[in-house]
Design a protein around this ligand. Structure first.
Ligand SMILES: [Zn+2]
Length: 247
């Protein structure tokens, strides 16, 4: 155990005091997360592209109404997410894009970081994030994390040029595409996540696998991912921790 776990993306609050960002990305979960105060977790609210899968025929009006309701939760938020695009979602591609962009706009208005879900539509995800990043208001106010990252090394580099952070769980690291992506990104952009799988064990394992992939010590990966968590989710430029020879 390294004592420095920082879970960049999960849906279940941790049992102990480790750092974690808990994401409520279906409207029915927002209230419950807002009421959680047992531990000092980071809270992320958003509308997942699959959030309307059970509402047959959800259109622009319903989607826009949900976005307006989301805004009322963001005063107490640490991030917006997970939001993005999903090839398997029932919402039309056009409406998914609108939903993603409306939420990116809310995040920049509130100066909140964004947790991005990208499944099967990486090129369109890139185009939307590029437009958003170019939209002004300062880079610090438009930062984003690509969770469950498994992009090609080439696309990962392009995302990196936009200032992306990347988080990896065991699920991705066991895939060739996830391992290649994890090998290609910089120390400054690296995080780990459980995405709600059994947390402590899975984060420790993810850190060990990442250390192997990147040919560094596991303790260094733990310190770096912990520091990046603070930097990404911090309101100010926090996370300037000494890394004791890891960099
Ligand atoms: Zn998730």
């Amino acid at each position: 155990m390294y004592g420095l776990f920082a879970d960049a993306h999960t849906h279940i609050p941790p049992c102990s005091g480790e750092l974690a960002c808990v994401s409520a990305c279906f409207p029915c979960d927002w209230q419950k997360l807002a009421g959680f105060c047992d531990l000092p977790i980071k809270k992320s609210y958003g509308i997942h592209p699959k959030a309307f899968d059970s509402c047959a025929g959800a259109g622009r009006v319903e989607v826009k109404a949900a976005v307006m309701e989301l805004d009322s939760y963001l005063a107490g938020a640490d991030a917006v997410g997970e939001i993005g695009l999903d090839k398997k979602a029932r919402l039309s591609p056009e409406l998914q894009k609108a939903l993603f962009e409306w939420q990116l706009d809310l995040a920049s208005e509130r100066k909140l970081p964004v947790v991005v879900h990208s499944s099967g539509r990486p090129g369109e995800t890139y185009d939307i994030l590029k437009r958003w990043r170019m939209g002004g208001a300062g880079e610090r106010n438009r930062r984003f994390l690509l969770h469950a990252a498994k992009f090609s090394a080439e696309l990962a580099r392009s995302f990196q040029l936009l200032g992306a952070y990347f988080s990896f769980g065991l699920r991705e690291l066991k895939l060739e595409s996830g391992a290649a992506c994890a090998a290609s990104v910089s120390d400054d952009s690296l995080m780990v996540e459980s995405d709600s799988t059994s947390r402590a064990g899975s984060l420790a394992e993810a850190i060990n696998v990442l250390a192997e992939i990147r040919a560094v010590g596991a303790e260094c990966v733990a310190r770096i991912t912990h520091r990046n968590f603070l930097r990404f989710y911090g309101r100010e430029n926090s996370g300037n921790l000494a890394l004791n020879g890891c960099e």
